[in-house]
Structures are given as structure tokens and as C-alpha cells.
Design a protein around this ligand. Sequence first.
Ligand code: GRG
Ligand code: ZN
Length: 366
Amino acid sequence: MQLYNSKHEKFFNRCLVALPAQAASEDSNKLAIIYFSLHGLKLLQRFNFSIEELKYHENCIWETYFINKGHGGSGHYQTFRSTPYFKAVGGKYDYGDLSACFFALYILIILGSDFKRLDWQKLFNYVIKCQIKNGANKGGFVQSVNDIGFGETDVRQCYMALVIRHLASQRTALVDDIDLPSAREFILSRLSVNGGFSFQPLDEPHLGYTFCAIASLKLLGYNVQDLDRSKNWLIHRQVSYPEILHQGGLKSYEYHRAEDIGGFNGRENKLSDTCYSWWCNGSLSIMDPTLNLNLINQNLAEQYLLEKTQNPIVGGFSSVPDATSDPMHTYLALAALSLWNRDKYNLAEIEPVLVMPNDVYESFCK
Ligand code: GRG
Ligand code: ZN
């Protein structure tokens, strides 16, 4: 069982330089791809750029993605766009979005920006604009806002809004704020009786939403270690099958796949996927960093990633065995391996709430 550190380093560097033509539709996810690749190189402890390169790339991010709207007053806000396409279209179509803010900040932080071009309160004014003030989704956030809000409203946007708030408050004392009690109510209303969190109340819980909810509650100062049902639900995301399945007793069961063992699924009776190794163990670690990871079978968990979804030839990890590697699954696999055994794999420490290497966060806070 081996981690191919140098192959993954080359994989991330390739993703930063050029992607295959089939990835053209990922244009609006470019900031996310850059985040996973740069922070992935840092986790590998192979983040080796010259001062000139860092400055050059930082400048590209500001020039291409930053939006500064208005001329003073409370209506003045700053944000980031997800694709340069909107800059070209301009006007009323170019109004930024929460995930672009989230990913752009992570990139600028790791590039060592001094953030002199940003007014943190004005950036936060955009987050305030995104919060829903009334109705069934009160306290939640829209993904994007112009005169009206756009996009899905679930705990993912709460998570990104609260991370931006946390980062902004490291640099400035925020004068205007979001409505914190209703954000908390919004998240808790998605807590299912089995301990998982869902897209909307009474929906099927999903691990991706559960990570966002637990990390958000932690950022809100909630005692997440007391969420016992969530802990139980999380532990049961690790895939294992009773002996009878291997003996052929229930061979026709559609969701039995022997290669999934040790991996994690996103919800009951579904298949393993690399990213869930992170969403599950990251959540457990946020709830209790010292105890909870002992509750899963770590050896099988490492084996699933290293032997089933790691690509030893071109580098990277894929979502499922025999698929194409991608930067998100590669980053989240390394993040999970760092939680379990960072010394063995020569990885940097990961900060689980922010999904950012600890030393990157610490240098931002200095
Ligand atoms: C990237 C660190 C970081 C944070 C940003 C966007 C976001 C915050 C987190 C994503 C959370 C997530 C994975 C949500 C899951 C959404 C969902 C319901 C996926 C279901 O996908 P299916 O049905 O997969 O294809 P399963 O495995 O359930 O069959
Ligand atoms: Zn996945």
C-alpha cells in the first residue's frame, strides 16, 4: 500500500497548466480546480512556486475574477465571478456568486496575497445580500444575488457564507453581520431523525450536506460533539458487507460491490466514492478530533483509497475505481489520508472545518 506522492504532484501541476478538451464545460469551475490543485500541492508539501510566479497568478485572479460594485455607501459591495465570461458580458449579468468568493479567497490566501485590493466588510456585504430574510428558507443563503437571489438554497451555501465570515473576521471587525440565529435554525431544520442532514426538511440525508452542516454549526459555536445520532450515522457510512454476501447468498443485491469495502457512501444503500472518505472523516474529526476516527476501520479505509481509486500511472484519485482522476477527488483523498496518517504519507496537516492545510490558515491569520 503506497501513496504515489510524486505522481500526484505532477497531476496537480498538469491540472494547473492545461486540461483536456473534454473539460471545457468546467470553465465555471475553474476557481475550484485551481483551489484543489494549489492546496493539494501544499498537502503534498510540494508547493514550490517562485515569488514572481505567486505574484503573477495572484494578479490574474484579481484582474479576472474580482468585482467591485458601487461607489461607497451601504449598497457598495465586492465579490468574485465564477468565470471570465461574465466579465466579457458585463452589466447586469456580472454579479458574482458565493462559491466564486469562497474559492477565490482560498486561492488568494495560498498565493500569499496581502488583500490590499479587498475591503473585507464590502465583501461581507455581498454575503449579507445573499442571506434569505423571510419565508420557508429564512436564514439560508442564495448562491448568487443581483436584484433578486438565484440558485439553490441548502447547507452548502451556509457553509461557504460562514467560512467567508470566519476569514473576514480574522482581518477586520465586521460592523454589519448576517442573522446568525436564523442561519442556525435553517441548518438545524435539516437535521434528520437518523442524524444526517438533508437538502431540505424531511428529505433524505446526505453526507455532503452533513459535512457542510456540522462544519457550519462548529463555526457558529454550536456544541457539535453532542450530536450523538450524527456520529452514529457517520460511522455507518463506511461500507462493509455481511459474510453471507461474499458466500453468494445475496449475489443479486444491486448495491453490493466487493471493491467498495472500506470506502464510504453518501447515504444508505449506495456505493462508495472517494470524496465521502473526506466528508465523513472530516465531519467526525470536527466533532471530536482525538476520539472519533478510532471508530472507523482505518486500515480498510486507507486500503480503499490507495488500492482502488488511486491512479499509480498518471497520478490523482478518481471518484470510483477505474474512472478518470480529477483534482477534487485527489485533494479530498489526500485530506482524508492526512487525517488518518499524515506522517506515514508525508502529508501536511489539514484543518478540517476549512478544508485547508493548517499552515496556510495560520499564515493567513498572522
Ligand atoms: C469544496 C471544501 C469544499 C466545500 C464547498 C460545495 C460544497 C462546499 C460542498 C459539497 C457537499 C456535497 C458533496 C454535497 C452533495 C450533493 C449531493 C446530494 C450529491 C448526490 O450525488 P449522487 O446522487 O451521489 O450522484 P450518491 O453517492 O448519493 O449516489
Ligand atoms: Zn465524489
